[in-house]
Ligand binder design. Structure first.
Ligand code: 13P
Length: 243
């Protein structure tokens, strides 16, 4: 199974900036062992699909839970597929917190993605409260169970402890593995042997200098990266660190 380096730009870069970034990456990337995917604002996806180097996937940061119709402002899975989208992040902690997304909504979005041939990257992870109480495993597994309701095995799970996102506080590689192995066990109960093929990512302050140690853990199959995804040199550094 190929390590996945998923780059979550969040609400950054205009379509023109996305195009320039993709062209810069195309000039400088020497393919490594990891699969790269860029999760960009939806409006930048056509520019990325046209200008990213071959083999780098295009991903969305969200999608509608609905198929089509009277849902003003929403973007459907079919629209994303039409512009070449391969992955979609669902249930990022920022959407759960600022847009009130429940586990049920996240699961509905993941099902919608799968029905249209997009692989959902389902995000889970505890906040500081649960971590300080030592309840990170049960908290995260409960969130995972709700977020995978009716979701098939063509899925990626991203463990992103909220306290490590954008804070510079990275979970240790052992913290990441603790949750990744608990998630793997839950996936085995849900999908049987197919769980071994589901990629489990870690996210939260991942950078060129810590990615290799985290991704070397047996149940960690890649990273979901925010801040360090915005600059091409950092992405090249992470790609090289995974060779
Ligand atoms: O939320 C994240 C990726 O989805 C992590 O963000 P940072 O890498 O900026 O901590």
């Amino acid at each position: 199974m190929k390590t996945l380096l998923a780059l979550n730009w969040k609400m950054n870069k205009t379509p023109s900036e996305a195009r320039a970034w993709a062209e810069d990456l195309a000039e400088r990337l020497s393919p490594g062992d990891a699969e790269l995917a860029v999760m960009a604002p939806a409006i930048a996806l056509p520019a990325l699909a046209a200008h990213l180097p071959a083999g780098v996937s295009v991903g969305a940061q969200d999608l509608s839970a609905h198929e089509s119709g009277a849902y003003t402002g929403e973007i459907s899975a079919a629209m994303l597929v039409d512009v070449g989208t391969r992955y979609a992040v669902v249930g990022h902690s920022e959407r759960r917190e600022y847009h009130g997304e429940s586990d049920a909504t996240v699961a509905a979005k993941a099902r919608q993605a799968q029905q249209n041939g997009i692989t959902p990257i389902v995000c889970v992870g505890e906040g500081l409260d649960a971590r300080e109480r030592g309840e990170q495993v049960p908290y995260t597994l409960a969130q995972l169970a709700g977020s995978l309701e009716g979701v098939g095995e063509d899925v990626v799970v991203a463990y992103e402890p909220v306290w490590a996102i954008g804070t510079g506080k990275t979970a240790t590689a052992d913290d990441a593995e603790e949750l990744a192995s608990a998630i793997r066990e839950a996936l085995r109960e849900r999908y049987g042997d197919a769980a071994e093929e589901v990629r489990v990512l870690y996210g939260g302050s991942v950078k060129p200098d810590n990615i290799a140690a985290i991704c070397a853990k047996p149940n960690v199959n890649g990273a979901l990266v925010g801040g360090a995804s915005l600059k091409v040199p950092d992405v090249l550094g992470m790609n090289d660190a995974l060779k």
